[in-house]
Unconditional design. Structure first.
Length: 78
């Protein structure tokens, strides 16, 4: 990837959303696993509950006041 393509401000909103969803899901999986061992079906059910759009919107609402203007703009684009 060329250096100018690595600037998040130059990426399309769909690309930002794709990457952001992957990062967010990984963080959610880490948190679930740290909470304790459980069967894979239960792990997945917890993950789905936390990464669905309505759950992400609730997280955004809580974080939005803490973000810098640039961070807020980037989140809205993605």
């Amino acid at each position: 990837m060329a250096p100018e393509e690595q600037n998040p401000k130059l990426l399309s909103p769909l690309t930002l959303a794709f990457v952001g969803d992957g990062v967010y899901e990984l963080l959610v999986r880490k948190r679930i696993v740290e909470a304790g061992s459980m069967p894979p079906k239960k792990l997945n059910a917890h993950k789905v509950e936390m990464v669905r759009a309505s759950a992400q919107a609730a997280v955004y609402d809580g974080l939005e006041p803490l973000l810098t203007e640039d961070e807020g703009d980037m989140l809205k684009r993605g």
